[in-house]
Design a protein around this ligand. Structure first.
Ligand code: FEO
Ligand code: CA
Ligand code: CA
Length: 649
């Protein structure tokens, strides 16, 4: 999600990822000399790593050969109404906001919107995308289920008659609020590829909309705790819906993990008068929401239902293959502004999940299950997400990552500090991580593990609030407007990467920005072209060949469309990015996701036309329909290579 406070002052949604909620102490003054040294050391380390990359194929524990070279004709930086892709590729808009996907849902009519219709149509602002092959368990790449997160809504882009987000917020009616709730959540859509390309199967029995009205189960150590009980749910185990679903992940047993991110902005009322005042403050819940839902629905007013916010901010598991299944919120993975949930089966069989907290000065987390993955247990493996240990990362100047367990009774996480049990630690995971001295990062967005090397890539999108005295070795630039990517390497154990280990090593992979502007201190693995540099990395994905695809969110602040860049992570092309796709104006790029054969790339074009002065009536673009009266529509696009080859090769 864009940091719109910085880019679009008239748009009030989602501003808080650049407004810190983290009040914990910064580095002590006595550390400053060390920090400066660390910064130089980090930069030296980056260069050394880049140089080593050319000969580092031997570190690959899976024994993969060097990744194939990138073979496409790079596109230029631009900023216009079009979607840009390289010559020799075709882009087909597959699913648009409002497309009917549930049997009986009406055709999209932007002037006659209502919540009931929207609940059967493709939702707004698509973010995470994942392709689930059909039949389940196959490697099919021409038939499957597309699962898509719908992160948030822009009222002034959705409803006619409002100059900007503030005007729309002030005028929000109960009907508008209900429509917004139906536009949030997820979509599951069956899709097929034939001679004419990809298309949706509109009435498929698999198709499903998840919204704020979908019943979900709270599971894991915090489920049933008093702080999760409300007047609608005396058990503390049942909650209606999910919201602000951003990046995500998938599990080895065929389900999807969806990350609840900026949940603070939906709750009105005065948090200071509730027993959850301190907790609300640390989550950024201030009683000045970006949505008017609390006016019409008590549970979105924290003064009426102080525990309702505690039922959001979790990782949600959805079984896309069973349309009748009840999604689960797994409390063992902690509550914060989640982005990404990337799973790995560790060498010893335990499940490891990487997840970040997307706000300036927040943290990187890792969950390690107690039990081991059982290939014969199918969905039963879901219990691995309920019994394990959440850790938070400390990245030291010496290049070590220490994963610190968030366990009640250990260290500072005691009654004396207000943690009366593990449920408190999980509900207030941010405050627990503060007490352990975790490293405050420049907005952790997506995290992915390499399909080839087991290295872990953590994407930091930017932090314009970091001051010179707050610079550390892992966040080496003050007023970081460009973002960076950190590479973590788990140690080896019994010949396999040990993702469960307490200590990793880390180095900077890319410091984004324009390398020709020396003031930006941008660093790549080698020389990048004029189009190859980028800023504000957000969602990332590995293809089957081990190439890292990096989508951006915020590059328009630097005069360039958001889009997609790709790099190899080993060999000569390591950390040398090339430009593959550019978004229509106003949009950020999300997804990206591949079919198992690597021949289709799905991307999500989020908030097209959302920029200063743009609204439903006078949008800065009408992408993708370009029809009078039709607003811009967030959409998922399927990209294929005309010769039928692998994307990017
Ligand atoms: Fe929803 Fe962190 O972007
Ligand atoms: Ca994001
Ligand atoms: Ca991803």
């Amino acid at each position: 999600m864009t940091d719109r406070h910085y880019r679009t002052p008239v748009t009030i949604n989602n501003e808080d990822d650049s407004n810190p909620s983290n009040p914990s102490a910064g580095p002590a003054l006595t550390d400053l000399i060390q920090i400066r040294l660390s910064r130089r050391a980090a930069l030296k380390g980056l260069m050394a790593t880049a140089a080593l990359g050319a000969i580092s194929v031997g570190v690959n524990p899976r024994g993969a050969a060097a990744a194939p070279k990138l073979g496409f004709a790079e596109i230029p930086h631009a900023y216009d109404e079009n979607l840009h892709i390289p010559q020799g590729y075709t882009a087909k808009t597959l699913l648009r906001w409002g497309d009917p996907i549930i049997a009986g849902a009406p055709k999209f009519d932007p002037m006659k919107q209502n919540a009931a219709a929207q609940a059967g149509q493709f939702g707004y602002n698509c973010d995470f995308v994942h392709f689930c092959p059909l039949p389940e368990g196959s490697e099919a790449s021409d038939h499957g289920l597309l699962v898509v997160n719908h992160e948030y809504t822009d009222a002034h882009m959705i409803f006619p008659g409002f100059a900007d987000g503030k005007a729309a917020l002030e005028a929000t009616t109960a009907e508008m609020a209900a429509f917004e709730q139906a536009s949030h959540g997820l979509s599951v859509v069956e899709i097929k590829r034939d001679g004419s390309g990809w298309s949706a199967v509109p009435d498929s029995k698999f198709n499903r909309r998840i919204t704020l009205a979908t019943e979900m189960e709270l599971v894991g150590p915090a489920a049933g705790h008093d702080r999760l009980k409300t007047s609608a749910d005396a058990t503390g185990t049942k909650v209606l819906g999910t919201m602000n679903n951003c990046a995500g992940g998938w599990t080895p047993w065929g389900t999807i993990l969806s990350a609840e991110e900026n949940v603070h902005q939906y709750f009105g009322g005065d948090p200071t008068a509730t027993p959850e005042a301190a907790n609300a403050k640390r989550m950024g819940i201030k009683g000045s929401p970006s949505y008017a839902w609390g006016k019409y629905t008590d549970r979105f007013d924290i003064s009426k239902e102080p525990n309702e916010p505690n039922r959001f901010g979790w990782i949600v598991e959805l079984d896309p293959y069973d349309p009748a299944s009840t999604p689960k919120k797994h409390t063992a993975l902690g509550r914060f502004k989640h982005e990404a949930a990337t799973t790995v089966i560790n060498g010893d069989g335990r499940l490891v999940v990487y997840t970040g907290d997307d706000e300036v000065f927040e943290y990187i987390y890792k969950y390690v299950s107690n039990g081991t993955f059982d290939p014969g247990a199918g969905r039963g493996n879901s219990a691995l997400l309920d019994d394990g240990t959440l850790h938070v990362a400390k990245l030291d100047a010496d290049g070590n990552v220490t994963w610190m367990p968030l366990v009640h009774g250990q260290g500072e996480l005691t009654e004396a500090n207000g943690f009366n049990g593990q449920a408190d630690v999980l509900i207030e995971a941010r405050r627990a991580a503060d007490l352990l001295g975790a490293t405050k990062m420049d907005r952790p967005e997506d995290i992915e593990t390499s399909s080839q090397t087991d290295k872990v890539y953590v994407v930091l999108t930017k932090n314009n609030k970091r001051k010179g005295e707050q610079v550390d070795s892992a966040n080496a630039r003050a007023e970081n407007l460009w973002g960076h990517i950190v590479e973590m390497v788990p140690p080896m154990k019994d010949g396999k990467a040990d993702h469960a280990a307490a200590t990793f090593t880390w180095s900077a992979f890319i410091q984004a920005g324009n390398p020709k502007d020396t003031a930006q201190n941008a660093i790549y693995g080698g020389e990048v072209t004029d189009a190859g540099w980028f800023a504000n990395p957000d969602n990332v994905a590995f293809d089957a060949s081990g190439r890292l695809w990096i989508s951006t969110d915020g590059f328009p602040d630097h005069g360039v469309h958001d889009g997609l860049w790709v790099t190899e992570t080993e060999g000569e092309g390591r950390a040398v990015t090339r430009h593959f796709l550019g978004c229509p104006r106003g949009a950020e790029l999300c997804g990206p996701a591949f079919t198992p054969d690597g021949k289709t790339l799905f991307v999500a074009i989020q908030h097209p036309g959302d920029e200063d002065g743009s609204n439903f009536d006078k949008p800065s673009t009408r992408w993708p329909d370009f029809q009078d009266g039709m607003p811009p529509r967030p959409s998922v696009v399927a990209i294929t290579k005309d010769d039928g080859g692998d994307i990017g090769a």
